[in-house]
Design a protein around this ligand. Sequence first.
Ligand SMILES: Cc1cc2nc3c(=O)[nH]c(=O)nc-3n(C[C@H](O)[C@H](O)[C@H](O)COP(=O)(O)OP(=O)(O)OC[C@H]3O[C@@H](n4cnc5c(N)ncnc54)[C@H](O)[C@@H]3O)c2cc1C
Length: 454
Amino acid sequence: VAAVDTKTRVVILGGGFGAVATARRLEHLVRGRPDVEIVLISRDNFLFVTPLLFEVFSGALEPRSCSIPIREALRSTRFIEADVQSVDLARRTVRWVGPGSNGELVYDQLVLALGTTPNRTMIPGSEHAFTFKTLADALLLRNHVIEQFERADVETDARRQAELLSFVIIGGGLVGAELLGELTEFVDGIVSRYPNVNRGAVRFLLLEAGDRIMPEVDPTLATYSARELTGRCGVELRLNARVSAIERYGVRLPDETIAAGTVVLTAGMIPNPLIASLPVLKDRVGRIVVEPTMHCQGRPGVWALGDCAAVPGPDGKSYPSLAQHALREGRVLADNIAAALDGGPPRPFVYRTLGMMGSLGHGKGFAQFLKIRLGGFPAWFTRHTYYLLQMPGWNRRLRLVTDWLYALLFRPDVTKLTLDGETTNRLRKVAAGVPAPQAEGRSMRSTSPAEVLQ
Ligand SMILES: Cc1cc2nc3c(=O)[nH]c(=O)nc-3n(C[C@H](O)[C@H](O)[C@H](O)COP(=O)(O)OP(=O)(O)OC[C@H]3O[C@@H](n4cnc5c(N)ncnc54)[C@H](O)[C@@H]3O)c2cc1C
């Protein structure tokens, strides 16, 4: 795509909270200005509300109930569904590859909002683990958990059945703890469909390298959550547990090997690989070090926000990687770009974190607003009401209410929706020993999550 010389082009990379909030506000600020073009490039054509990913995993929410189509959220922004391949800061260009097309765009202002990705280099063997960051991750894990129960129901070997029914989550941060909560509720809801599976045989392990879970929240809420989770059947919480390796069917600790058919890695996020390739100043974990205005140091016209950036607050500390910050950073960043277009000065991003909320499944949750702390059902209810009100559009709100009502009234179902039926069937035959053509010699049993996603 050739540059339009007469227009000032703002190119926004990413389709998450930071990118969409920036584009939305900028659209408003430059409305009626034919000399400004906003382009947003993202690999997905929707913004997914990640705090609701747990309920998509369990099936309590349909994926589309918590996905906002970017073309619906933005009116005058040009959207390109594509993978950003590279950014050339010297030539001020972005290379992208989309489904069936590719191109290069010249920018005047560039916004980097590419988020993070799970760190698969931190623990050897991480390619065997599931991750929990994207919609695809949640659906893949859901299918896998259901499949573990399908297999366990026909498994006659007790040791193998125990392995199939063991679930390990590495990382006791918010994501790990919330996933464990949702997983226990899901398993409680589906286990009766499997007559040969005893609920008491199902084991859940949360392994945390630090000395407490949920370091992101107030210690009293973390203690409440730990108590709530460990009170559930089969749940074990291990602190100071450093995983030395992940294997195809389990994890290794310094003095023990735990056999498990499912290992989920929720610890250790790193900025997007594209960020790593950019010659800009980065912090210890690889985030772009920006000025309080979110401008990249020494790079005129380049800005970064959200999880891929270290945005300093007034105390010099970076804001935490949270959706509530990415959203608000986006609005201020749009103001700063609009100011830059008119030759005005940018303003720093200043925001006080209002609080944190999370779900623990079984109608329980935790919530902290300034000095108020809630646990149990009141927190669960507050969290659901908050997301309901935050969701744009009455159609999506109606979907959320319907989904939640349905989930309250009925048990979760065990429908395993896969898009790869033909391929899977062929692979299953291979696993069962039926001779297969040479090129299809991979078995389901030996397919790791990373391979499935390729
Ligand atoms: C399971 C889960 C639960 C969470 N719960 C909460 C919560 O309760 N409260 C809270 O405040 N925060 C929560 N968070 C954190 C929150 O999701 C992030 O802080 C927020 O999404 C950051 O927004 P972002 O725009 O920086 O990045 P992201 O939302 O990660 O967006 C990055 C975007 O870039 C796109 N992209 C990446 N690489 C490319 C490429 N090469 N080409 C094209 N597009 C690309 C991605 O597809 C994505 O659209 C949660 C996160 C997870 C994973």
